[in-house]
Design a protein around this ligand. Structure first.
Ligand code: AKG
Ligand code: FE2
Length: 229
């Protein structure tokens, strides 16, 4: 992560607060994913049938965020030095919402491989993951990562702890590093360094960690990057 993380700036604090309000106004559409909720269907977390249904319905659920998505794609294009477009037939970048129910808990130790679950119009390379923090609880919002755990070793830990309620307790603390997110900043990385939503402590009642979330890769023949959720 320390080698492949890029950071850009998308919106000021006022704009972020406004976008976070629009997300929280859509609470009826949130999907409970355990420690967090999503707004929008995610290829990495939905069944193929659920994903298809949510993509078909996404203009209703995520239509209001086109302005934000356009800005994210523009800034990401400058960061990656390429044009960035929406991947056809896939989900728009969506949102993770973490509330007080996740107080004192972290996300799962994982690597990102959502590209296995979407349709690619041609060959692609260099998959990436991105996060834009829109709202934070007072304790802060961050990502834990383990740069010194290689991909194969990470997969072994993931398989061993899968379906285990101990998965969180078993997360290695040795070598764990923290990237503290700033509101309005966009973080882009390969997703191949093992990582987890960090436990930053107490999330108060009515406080939320709201992030725009997505993935992407370079379309080799088209010479641009495409993003999805
Ligand atoms: O919310 C975050 O900080 C990261 C989430 C994440 O790891 C993912 O969506 O793959
Ligand atoms: Fe991830």
């Amino acid at each position: 992560m320390r080698d492949d993380l890029k950071t850009g700036y998308v919106c000021n604090v006022t704009e972020c607060a406004r976008w976070a309000d629009v997300v929280l106004d859509k609470a009826d559409e949130f999907v409970n994913r355990g420690i967090f909720y999503t707004l929008g269907g995610g290829a990495y977390i939905d069944t193929p049938e659920e994903y298809r249904t949510r993509v078909d319905d996404q203009d209703r659920v995520l239509g209001k965020f086109q302005g934000l998505r356009d800005k994210v794609m523009l800034v990401m294009g400058q960061m990656l030095n390429t044009e960035v477009k929406q991947l056809d037939r896939a989900g728009y970048p969506g949102f993770h919402i973490v509330g007080s129910g996740a107080s004192g808990r972290s996300g799962m130790f994982h690597v990102d491989m959502p590209y296995q679950h979407v349709y690619w119009p041609g060959p692609f390379c260099n998959p990436f993951t991105f996060t834009l923090l829109l709202r934070t609880p007072r304790c802060g919002s961050a990502l834990w990562h383990w740069d010194d755990i290689g991909f194969d070793e990470a997969m072994k830990i993931i398989v061993e702890t899968r379906d285990s309620s101990l998965a969180i307790a078993e997360m290695p603390t040795i070598g764990r590093e923290t990237i503290k997110y700033d509101v309005g900043a966009l973080y882009v990385h390969s997703g191949r360094v093992p990582h987890a939503i960090a436990d930053m402590g107490e999330i108060g009642e009515g406080e939320y960690r709201v992030t725009l979330q997505g993935h992407g890769a370079y379309l080799i023949e088209e010479g641009c990057a495409a993003v999805y959720f």
